[in-house]
Design a binder for this molecule. Structure first.
Ligand code: ATP
Ligand code: MG
Length: 140
């Protein structure tokens, strides 16, 4: 099924000049970029984005990290796009990620793990609408 997913290149990825490397892998995997922009979130905005994690021990820290610098947010589309992008990213903990995945190859920390990808169709819809309106996204 053709699916949209929300991708973020996190502040560690942007500050370490990994934007091009991540986008190269996205395009090489055949995922299409439907929308893209740079943002620098406040912690309140990051908390809204990571609302599903409210109450978890890492919630304050991860939302502090996500608001610590600029991010690149993108809407990606492809067949089975949500899972395919998750596979490209690798496990949350880079030490457990498969070789060749973005997190295995670039991440330094379980929190500073370079990229985000939606984990379900419902979360993808929430996350895409959190950052983009219809005018900011191509329809292809
Ligand atoms: P993401 O939602 O960013 O794509 P994920 O789905 O692989 O990552 P989640 O469980 O949704 O992982 O966690 C969201 C983010 O919170 C992680 O990517 C990471 O930055 C941070 N995080 C998750 N678990 C921990 C932890 N145990 N300690 C510190 N940070 C964590
Ligand atoms: Mg997640």
């Amino acid at each position: 099924m053709l699916e949209k997913t929300l991708s973020i290149i996190k502040p560690d990825g942007v500050s370490r000049n990994l934007v091009g490397s991540v986008i190269t892998r996205v395009e090489a995997a055949g995922l299409k970029i439907l929308a893209m922009k740079m943002i620098h979130m406040t912690q309140e905005q990051a908390k809204g984005f990571y609302k599903v994690h409210e109450g978890k021990p890492f919630y304050e820290s991860v939302t502090g990290f996500m608001s610590s610098g600029a991010c690149v947010v993108m809407v990606l589309q492809g067949e089975d796009g949500i899972q395919r992008y998750r596979t490209l990213m690798g496990a949350t903990d880079h030490k457990k990620a498969d070789p060749g995945t973005i997190r295995h190859d670039f991440a330094t920390d379980i929190e500073k793990n370079v990229v985000h990808g939606s984990d379900s169709p419902a979360n993808a819809e929430y996350e895409i609408n959190y950052f983009f309106n219809a005018l900011e996204m191509v329809n292809e």
